[in-house]
Design a protein around this ligand. Structure first.
Ligand code: ARG
Length: 375
């Protein structure tokens, strides 16, 4: 059951969304009539159903509103898959595989979102418990995920860069189902270096598609908890953070060794030089493999072009400086040298983080309590 207050807040969010939709898509709908229709539905059921056009527009604007994303210039090019009638966990997993295939597109990465059923007042929708559709079992960031999979009976995770299965949970506190991703749905790029033939022997690789699956898409008072979305990678995400961070693959010492850098003295800048070599290897390898990837200099310029274009449309571009500035050569990129409109936490449509279901010290947030000892 919903309270009058819940219904009023859904209606308020719906109305502001529908009016924005009508403003930005003139001639499409009569907003007064649409608000009227939605009000009737919210009164009767506590929620309402987006038209396919509202859903597509809402998902794109959620991207446009993502203050941490430097790649927003292409927000209108998001392919939106309307999968609201897909609810069985087997089918959800199958569609996630299909998502990866569509997004991968033999290397010419396409930005895609797959939107599954929304939460309803009486019935929370299915969730993906993965952080991303593709993550590796030996990435320290995925340790909890891998542990839960093993407790559910998964036998993998012995090798380096082994892709984790999907975890789909259909009801709160129930054990999730897990699904292996077919090998041919996950394009990966082996890493080599343009100037050092020994680099390949490090045996590194990374996957082509970053598909975030742990955020809830919120549009006009309706929440879509299962809505995995992807763009393409910017090299530094892999070369600086995923492979370089000390709490991730922590590879700077190994790369420095390979290049014969003196790691005893910070002032040799061995870390900085190793970072550059690692980032160079990532960009070189993706390009060689024909997989879309952005470099941080070009992407910085595109972001400033995005701001200009948005301003011409009378819109501001809220941005989080600490996320926008690339984690390599920050001050050598144009995005470093200015400030941005502060992110507005209540802006919608939006992608919102939900707490990690197995957050440390939060047993109440455990995704399932029956049967599996994950606490
Ligand atoms: N930084 C994350 C990763 O390295 C991916 C986040 C989304 N990135 C993107 N380019 N759309 O896996």
């Amino acid at each position: 059951m919903t309270t009058a207050r819940d219904r009023a807040s859904v209606l308020w969010a719906a109305e502001s969304f529908v009016r924005r939709f009508a403003r930005e898509n003139p001639g499409h709908v009569d907003p007064d009539q649409r608000v009227h229709e939605i009000a009737a539905s919210v009164t009767a059921t506590g929620t309402y159903t987006h038209t396919p056009e509202e859903l597509a527009y809402g998902a794109r604007v959620a991207w446009r509103n993502s203050a941490r994303c430097i790649g927003r210039l292409y927000w209108q090019n998001l392919t939106v898959r309307d999968l609201r009638d897909v609810t069985h966990p087997d089918d959800i997993a199958q569609e996630c595989v299909q998502h990866l295939r569509l997004a991968t597109n033999s290397g010419r990465i396409r930005p895609v979102i797959s939107v599954f059923a929304p939460d309803r007042p009486d019935r929370p929708a299915a969730r993906l418990l993965n952080e991303q559709l593709v993550r590796y079992a030996d990435d320290p960031r995925s340790a909890q995920h891998a542990r839960i999979l093993r407790e559910l009976g998964w036998k993998g995770g012995e090798e380096r860069f082994e892709v984790l299965p999907l975890l789909v949970q259909t009801r709160p506190h129930s054990a999730p189902e897990f699904y292996e991703l077919p090998e041919d749905a996950v394009l990966e790029v082996p890493l080599g270096h343009p100037g050092h033939s020994g680099f390949a022997a490090l045996g590194l690789r990374w996957h082509a598609v970053p598909a975030v699956s742990d955020m809830t898409l919120e549009i006009g008072g309706v929440s879509y908890p299962a809505a995995p979305f992807n763009g393409w990678y910017m090299g530094t995400e892999i070369g600086s953070r995923n492979l370089g961070d000390t709490d991730r693959y922590d590879l700077l010492p190994a790369v420095a060794d390979l290049f014969g850098l003196d790691t005893r003295d910070e002032r040799t800048l061995w870390r900085d030089r190793a970072l550059v070599e690692l980032n160079l290897a990532v960009l070189h390898s993706f390009e060689r493999a024909g997989v879309t990837i952005a470099d941080h200099h070009s992407e910085s310029r595109r972001f400033l072009a995005h701001i200009e274009r948005e301003e011409r449309h009378g819109r501001t571009v809220p941005a989080d400086w600490s996320w926008i500035v690339p984690p390599l050569s920050g001050s050598a990129t144009a995005v470093f040298h200015r400030y941005y409109d502060p992110p507005d936490p209540s802006a919608t449509p939006a992608f919102r983080h939900r707490p990690t279901p197995w957050a440390e010290g939060r047993p109440d947030a455990c995704p399932f309590s029956g049967g599996v000892g994950v606490r």
